[in-house]
Design a protein around this ligand. Structure first.
Ligand SMILES: Nc1ncnc2c1ncn2[C@@H]1O[C@H](COP(=O)(O)OP(=O)(O)OP(=O)(O)O)[C@@H](O)[C@H]1O
Ligand SMILES: [Mg+2]
Length: 280
């Protein structure tokens, strides 16, 4: 792990020396009502809009089987709560609101970490978090969280449905929008102009403190890079024994050229002992 950490530190130092990423790279500041099932011109008070989202009931036993543990406090949740604190410090210090979670290759734990981070944030009642499934080719959040019979978030990105027709609310302050299957045209969709409009409309109506985007792996398609201009910061997930230093370095450089790399998470570290299953 020392090697991977020093490689990450080196890549970061090189990037910092190159200067040039503004703290708010990619941030959309324009106000746009976008599509809204209440009518394009009508914006509900924020609290009413949250209250109107259908409730998502989670099945704790099912979640645990999928390594989703952060809905409740306790020792297993500590690493996600530490991650939450670090993420909150960085978004507050930099004025960021949009965080993408990606990895070099498939199966590193992006979705598991995105969901656990979102559930850890949901345990802080004063925060509003929106978790969005941006893996349009192999979406997994619906299955992971037991969401059935809701249309796909891809339809919101395409400008065809409003966010409240797709999203569900867990607890007071977590909204989740998933996909019920693969999208037909992910590349075209992610490059299209309707995506920026849809995200701004969500921010305008729901005023989230943080939007978390569960992304596809970077080295499998260009979907992540097509979308990266929409976010303020990125978490890169590496999996111990699976991700190579070369992959981390290449992905971090590519991400850093267009956004802010908030950190690299080394996941699946077996030798650290069960209580440290995730490291930050
Ligand atoms: N820390 C961990 N230790 C052991 N297994 C893990 C860990 N984190 C995730 N997993 C498991 O690895 C598998 C892949 O996880 P997940 O679906 O979150 O990865 P992903 O990066 O989102 O994958 P994809 O690229 O397919 O979207 C799942 O079976 C998950 O339970
Ligand atoms: Mg995933």
């Amino acid at each position: 792990m020392e090697k991977i950490q020093s490689a990450i530190a080196k890549a970061r130092a090189t990037r910092d020396a190159n200067a040039g990423i503004s703290a708010n790279a990619g941030l959309n500041t324009g106000i746009n009502t976008g599509i809204n099932s209440f009518g394009a011109a009508q914006i509900l008070p924020t609290a009413a809009a949250w209250a109107a989202l259908p409730a998502l009931h989670l099945d704790g036993a099912d979640l645990r089987k999928k390594r989703i543990v952060a809905y409740a406090g306790g020792p297993e949740t500590v690493s996600f709560d530490v991650m939450r604190t670090k993420v909150l410090q960085q978004i507050r210090a930099n004025g960021w609101r949009r965080l993408a979670v990606t990895s070099p290759t498939a199966g590193c734990g992006k979705s598991t970490i995105s969901v656990n981070l979102a559930l850890s944030l949901a345990r802080q009642p004063e925060l509003r978090t929106v978790l969005l499934d941006l893996d349009l080719r192999r979406p997994s959040l619906a299955k992971m969280l037991g969401i059935h019979n809701r249309p796909s978030f891809a339809q919101v990105l395409a400008g065809k449905l409003a966010f409240d027709q797709v999203a569900m609310r867990y607890s007071e302050g977590l909204a989740v929008a998933a996909n019920d299957g693969p999208a037909h045209n992910p590349a075209e969709l992610l490059h299209g102009s309707s995506v920026a409009t849809a995200l701004t409309a969500i921010e305008t109506q729901y005023a989230p403190d943080l939007m978390i985007f569960d992304m596809p792996p970077m080295l499998v398609s260009d979907d992540t890079m097509a979308f990266i201009g929409q976010v303020d910061a990125v978490l890169l997930i590496a999996a111990a024994g699976m991700t190579t230093l070369k992959e981390v370095d290449a992905c971090e450089r590519e991400l850093a050229s267009q956004s802010n790399v908030m950190g690299v998470i080394l996941n699946k570290c077996e030798y650290m002992g069960k209580e440290y299953g995730y490291t930050y």
